[in-house]
Design a protein around this ligand. Structure first.
Ligand SMILES: [Zn+2]
Length: 332
C-alpha cells in the first residue's frame, strides 16, 4: 500500500500527467484495502505522517495571460480562468481530492465562485472536481462524449484493463454539445471547439479566448511530451495529428497556448509536436511496410530523433509505448 501511495505521490510531485494516475486511481483501492488491514493497523500514525495524501493541494502557480485570463498550475491538469464583471469562467477542475482546496483558492483569486466550467475531457485529473464545483454553483459544459463517459453510459477502460466506475450524478456535465459552443463573458468571446477526431479521448475540446488570444488544448497537447493516446477512451494517434492541425488553424504566432500539462507554450511548440506526431507515424509505417513485427519495430527505436525533446523528464509515455500505440493502430 505504501509503495502504491508513494509512487502516486512521486508522480504528483514531478508534475507528471496524471492521466496515467487518472485511470490508475479507481483501480487502486481494491487491492491494498482488501489485502493489508493488519499491516495498516500495525503502523498507523508514522505512515500517515510520512506520506502526504496525493493530489490534495490547491493550485500553486498563477500565470497571468492578460485581459483577466490566467493559467493555474498545480496537481493535475492545467486550469484556465477568466475573471471579470460577468462572472468567473473556468476550464477544467483537476482532481476530486483537491477540488475543495482549488475552489477556495479560486474564490480568493476571483472574488467569486465559478459560474461556468468547461471540461476539456473526462479524465479525473481534469474533470475530477466537477461534483464539488457544480455543488458550489457552477454549470458544467462538455462534449456529449464526456457526459457519456462520466455517467458510465459509455465504458472507459484503463491502461490496466479495468472499467472506470461512473462518477456521481452531480459531476455530470449539464450542458453538452457536439461541435462547440461560444460564451460571451468578461469582454471575451470564448469558443469551446471539439477536436476533429478522437485524439487523447473521444471527447476532446479546445477552448479559445479570442480577444485575449489564449488557447487551451487540453491533453491533445502536453508540452514536450509524447502523447497519451487513451485507446480505452476511444483515443487515436491519427486524432492527435488532426487535433494539432486544427489547433494551428486557430492559433496565431502570438497565441499563448495552455497545454493539458506542462509550461505555457507557443504556436512554434505545437508545430514541433505536430511534426513529431507525423514523423513518428511515418517512421513506424516504414517498419510495417518492411515486414517488421511489433517487437522488431520497438527495438529499431524509430523515434530516436524526437526522444531528447519529447521523451525526457516529465514524460510518462516512453518512446517504446508511443511506438506500440502507433504500430497497433496502423495494423488495424
Ligand atoms: Zn487526460
Amino acid at each position: 500500500m505504501r509503495k502504491l501511495v508513494s509512487t502516486t505521490a512521486l508522480i504528483a510531485a514531478l508534475g507528471l500527467a496524471a492521466c496515467a494516475t487518472t485511470t490508475d486511481a479507481p483501480a487502486a483501492p481494491a487491492t491494498p484495502v482488501a489485502a493489508a488491514p493488519a499491516a495498516a493497523a500495525a503502523t498507523p500514525a508514522p505512515a500517515a505522517a510520512a506520506t502526504p495524501a496525493p493530489n490534495t493541494q490547491a493550485v500553486s502557480r498563477v500565470v497571468d495571460l492578460g485581459q483577466g485570463v490566467s493559467m493555474l498550475m498545480g496537481q493535475g491538469g492545467n486550469l484556465g480562468l477568466s475573471v471579470g464583471g460577468d462572472g468567473v469562467f473556468m476550464i477544467d477542475d483537476q482532481y476530486a481530492t483537491n477540488a475543495a482546496a482549488n475552489l477556495a483558492k479560486i474564490e480568493e483569486l476571483a472574488k467569486g465562485k465559478p459560474k461556468y466550467l468547461v471540461n476539456t475531457h473526462w479524465h479525473g485529473d481534469h474533470a475530477g472536481g466537477n461534483e464539488v464545483f457544480a455543488k458550489a454553483g457552477a454549470t458544467v459544459f462538455a462534449s456529449d462524449a464526456v457526459r457519456k463517459r462520466l455517467s458510465g453510459e459509455v465504458k472507459s477502460v484503463s491502461r490496466q484493463g479495468t472499467v472506470t466506475p461512473p462518477s456521481p450524478k452531480e459531476a455530470w456535465p449539464v450542458v453538452t454539445f457536439v461541435n462547440g459552443v461560444d460564451f460571451h463573458l468578461n469582454g471575451q468571446t470564448i469558443r469551446a471547439i471539439r477536436a476533429p477526431l478522437p485524439a487523447h479521448t473521444d471527447g476532446d475540446v479546445f477552448v479559445y479566448f479570442v480577444e485575449a488570444d489564449v488557447l487551451h488544448l487540453g491533453d491533445t497537447y502536453m508540452k514536450d511530451r509524447y502523447p497519451f493516446v487513451d485507446t480505452g477512451s476511444g483515443g487515436t494517434q491519427a486524432g492527435f495529428i488532426a487535433a494539432l492541425k486544427k489547433a494551428l488553424e486557430i492559433a496565431k504566432p502570438t497565441t499563448k497556448i495552455i497545454p493539458g500539462h506542462g509550461e505555457l507554450a507557443t504556436r512554434a511548440d505545437v508545430e514541433a509536436a505536430l511534426a513529431m506526431h507525423e514523423g513518428a507515424r511515418a517512421a513506424v509505417e516504414a517498419q510495417i511496410k518492411a515486414g517488421k513485427t511489433l517487437e522488431q519495430t520497438v527495438a529499431a527505436k524509430p523515434l530516436a530523433q524526437w526522444t531528447p525533446r519529447f521523451g525526457g523528464q516529465g514524460s510518462f509515455i516512453t518512446d517504446d509505448a508511443y511506438v506500440t500505440v502507433i504500430y497497433n493502430e496502423l495494423k488495424k
